[in-house]
Design a protein around this ligand. Structure first.
Ligand SMILES: NC(=O)c1ccc[n+]([C@@H]2O[C@H](COP(=O)([O-])OP(=O)(O)OC[C@H]3O[C@@H](n4cnc5c(N)ncnc54)[C@H](O)[C@@H]3O)[C@@H](O)[C@H]2O)c1
Length: 379
């Protein structure tokens, strides 16, 4: 049996405790150390997973300096992702990093530089929506040309992020960073991956609004418009301040088909699409087996276990799939499609949207690093 990958885990809060559970469910990895500032919570989570309290450490350096640890798994609050990942890579560890990759532009640049200079190190940013099976299905359909050329694509990310109890740090700009990195980035990442077989983003125009309902220091509402190099347009309504349910509405409009995902309706009506190639131009509801059968479209029924991105509860997210993906990357010495460097184009849209909202101007992509460094040095 090959050696298990040894994980140094950081931050066993709401999301961290779910990810730790997924690691313990994996045969090829084990958690050998935990750094959790809240000692009582750390012990509780370890106990609930049948792990020894002995592996709790009181200093992050004990994770970084432990020669037995292969990978550092960061699920700490946002502002720690940059410094903790940089320290881990400098110590020769692979890094799993929750989004956002970093809350300062300098840390973001440093992460990419470290990855480029250390190709043996595997990294990953948790843009989790990409592991949803509906997203996978849709990505394949776009790549196979079921919708022709996509000319317009909208993906929203609107739901009030969880600020309950000690998650109140999310109201503090110096810890949370910006609202795009806090959550809206999920829909940007899904949009870029869906469009990737056809086009690349070349410009961003964004506006934002101050907090309307809760006390976010950073603007929690963004409207982001993307231009692609094939003249297609992408749009995202992002709002982490308020909402009633999880709105990850998708609307793809192509020359030969269209696709709509409504997150806030009953399962059978959540997905509908039409395609000249595969549905003879008729709308079909692939999550409604009865309707598909009645209309002679049974071959288009999606499997019962198809997941859709419509829950604000991380327990229901595809954490098992993303944990499995990153462990496979390490085992097989393979770069993830969501490494710091591979997902750079997604994070850059977040930085560019902040610049655009502040200046009222469109920002070109790829981002001019020198201009962005100057812009963010004052913030
Ligand atoms: N990918 C996703 O869909 C998704 C979903 C939820 C949360 N997240 C991310 O997970 C991270 C944690 O969010 P959460 O909602 O679980 O928050 P949380 O507050 O529940 O958990 C954070 C934990 O980190 C601990 N902590 C505080 N300072 C620390 C430090 N310096 N080093 C290590 N640990 C520290 C806290 O005690 C707490 O237990 C955030 O970065 C968030 O963006 C991602």
């Amino acid at each position: 049996m090959s050696k298990k990958i040894k994980v140094g885990f950081v931050g066993a809060g709401w999301m961290g405790s779910v990810q730790m559970r997924r690691i313990t469910e994996h045969n090829d990895a084990e958690v050998v150390a935990l750094f959790e500032k809240n000692v009582e919570r750390g012990k509780e989570v370890l106990k609930s997973l049948g792990l020894s309290e002995e592996i709790l450490v009181d200093d992050y350096q004990k994770i970084v300096n432990n020669p037995d640890i292969d990978v550092v798994w960061l699920v700490s609050p946002n502002s720690f992702h940059g410094p903790q990942s940089i320290a881990a890579m400098e110590a020769g560890k692979h890094v799993f990093c929750e989004k956002p990759a970093a809350t300062t532009f300098d840390d973001f640049c440093k992460q990419i530089e470290l990855e480029r200079n250390n190709p043996n190190l595997k990294t990953f940013v948790d843009y989790l929506m990409n592991f949803d099976s509906m997203e996978n299905h849709l990505r394949q359909m776009v790549a196979e040309g079921h919708f022709g050329k996509i000319t317009q694509i909208q993906i929203n990310y609107r739901h009030p992020v969880n600020i309950a109890g000690d998650k109140v740090w999310k109201l503090d700009k110096s810890i949370m960073g910006d609202a795009i990195g806090m959550g809206i980035i999920h829909s940007i990442s899904a949009m870029i991956n869906l469009m990737s077989p056809q086009a690349k983003p070349v410009a961003v125009y964004a506006t934002n609004l101050k907090s309307q309902v809760r006390g976010f220091e950073a603007e929690p509402i963004y409207n982001i418009l993307l231009k692609f190099d094939n003249d297609a347009t992408g749009f995202c309504f992002g709002n982490i301040d308020s909402g009633n349910g999880y709105d990850a509405y998708h609307n793809l409009f192509g020359t030969k088909g269209g696709f709509v995902f409504e997150s806030q309706t009953d399962r059978t009506h959540k997905v509908r699409y039409w395609s000249e190639k595969s549905t003879d131009g008729k709308w079909v509801w692939p999550l409604d087996p009865e309707r598909c059968r009645a209309e002679g479209m049974e071959k288009l029924i999606w499997p019962e276990d198809t997941t859709t991105p419509d829950s604000g509860d991380v327990v229901e997210h595809q954490t098992g799939a993303c944990v499995g993906h990153f462990i496979e990357c390490i085992k097989n010495d393979k770069k993830s499609f969501l490494s710091f460097e591979s997902s750079k184009n997604v994070a850059e849209i977040g930085w560019a949207a902040q610049m655009s909202a502040a200046t009222g101007k469109e920002v070109q992509l790829p981002l001019n690093t020198k201009e962005a460094k100057e812009f963010f040095s004052g913030s």
